[in-house]
Ligand binder design. Structure first.
Ligand code: ZN
Length: 408
């Protein structure tokens, strides 16, 4: 690097750097190429830099959504393309996310070859969109969700989107094959209660298979995300060494044993297990089903997890066209307004904590020299009023402006 390298200087910004430290007024962030070169209040700006005055605007790390599906419920109408050159495919998920300041998404249950093609296409620059970290398919039980629900057991979809081992040996082999194909982590769906109810206990992932999957994943250096829907299942999954719990509870459930939840949170805080609540998915279900009670109970539980010191990630479970990014904004608003989590903490969770959860904190998640310049610029101060996170001015990914809001 030399002083003549073209650079961009973003000046007079309210800097919310993602570290959880104090908001810095009047900050300058210098971007050189795809990286952040400097950030703070005493930054020298080269006379060759292009200067953009951000008075009245806040500058943050690009948001990270820790739980999405690139195809999700559209799977039935969008057959897997099996790795052929991705063009318009998944455009809503890829580019929709950027419009709301989400610059990285973790895909937790998608078609194997599609999600890897999309991830790699975005990384190499042949596709526009937010960066992708992917589990590829998810481990699930035959007859459960989503193989029997979303895809109606359609063979091509199941082959790409599901792994349904019948034995520990088969589970181990499947994890090895996924690792060789290049997935970033492993996803297990443990509970199926929200759809099938506790009346179908045979649809729960057998614990000996969970053990085999977790051990094999860790042997390959892959983390394990576990979809659970009861406090009891989450507890057993945490004890078996999964790295994060997705959802924790889902719709149509009665409040569970308060003391058991407290024990779970103490265990998670102690072990450093992450929790990604995806409460906005409940909101969606609540409006559909009128089950606002589950939503209230879920918000209460997440508040208690926060107070217990559980590492909270932020995910939206976005899965329908047009919803990527937008749903993460709503998740953040719910965390602050309905769970009572302070806005600066929530913003740090959606940036730094999520980067740690995704294993990319060495290069993303905070505004610090050396990190990739994935940046979100909004009007107003979201550390004071979280709804400002939706007032998008500009979104920068890899040092380049990838979206401009109205008036930008
Ligand atoms: Zn999901």
């Amino acid at each position: 690097m030399n002083q003549y390298e073209p650079s961009l200087a973003l000046t007079n910004a309210l800097l919310i750097d993602g570290t959880g430290g104090p908001v810095i007024d009047g900050a300058t962030v210098v971007v050189s190429g795809s990286r952040i070169a400097a950030a703070g209040t005493d930054v020298l700006v080269s006379p060759h830099a292009r200067v953009v005055d951000l008075a009245g605007k806040a500058l943050l790390p690009g948001l990270i959504d820790a739980h999405v599906h690139l195809g999700g419920l559209g799977f039935r109408s969008t057959p897997p393309f099996g790795g052929r050159a991705a063009t318009d495919d998944y455009a809503a998920a890829r580019e929709g996310a950027l419009r709301y300041g989400v610059t990285t998404q973790r895909s937790l249950g998608d078609f194997l070859h599609d999600s890897i093609a999309v991830r790699d296409g975005i990384e190499s620059g042949t596709l526009a969109g937010a960066r992708v970290v992917t589990s590829g398919p998810s481990f699930q039980v035959e007859g459960g969700h989503p193989n029997a629900t979303v895809w109606g057991s359609e063979p091509a979809a199941v082959r790409e989107g599901a792994r349904m081992p019948k034995s520990a040996e088969e589970a181990e082999r499947m994890v090895g094959e996924l690792a060789a194909t290049g997935v970033d982590l492993v996803k297990i769906i443990i509970s199926n209660n929200a759809i099938f109810g506790p009346a179908r206990p045979e649809l729960k992932m057998p614990w000996h298979l969970t053990d085999a999957i977790v051990d094999a994943a860790h042997a390959h250096g892959l983390r394990v995300a576990a979809h659970t829907e009861t406090v009891e299942d989450a507890r057993a999954a945490v004890e078996r060494g999964v790295d994060d719990i997705e959802h924790l509870v889902l719709r149509a459930q009665e409040p569970q044993d308060e003391a058991a939840a407290e024990e779970l949170f103490a265990l998670m805080a102690d072990r450093g297990t992450y929790l990604v609540p995806t409460m906005v998915a409940h909101q969606f279900e609540a409006s559909a089903d009128g089950d606002a009670r589950t939503l209230r109970y879920g918000n209460h539980l997440i508040r208690r997890a926060y107070e217990a010191g559980v590492r909270l990630g932020v995910g939206s479970d976005a899965h329908s066209p047009g919803l990527h990014g937008w749903k993460l904004r709503d998740e953040l608003v719910m965390m602050v307004h309905d769970q009572g989590i302070p806005a600066p903490a929530a913003l740090s969770m959606a940036t730094r904590t999520n980067a740690e959860l995704l294993g990319i904190a060495d290069r993303l998640g905070t505004v610090e020299p050396g990190k990739f310049a994935d940046l979100l610029i909004v009007s107003g101060n979201p550390a004071q009023d979280i709804t400002a996170i939706g007032h998008i001015h500009q979104v920068i990914r890899d040092g380049r402006v990838v979206f401009k809001g109205a008036g930008a």
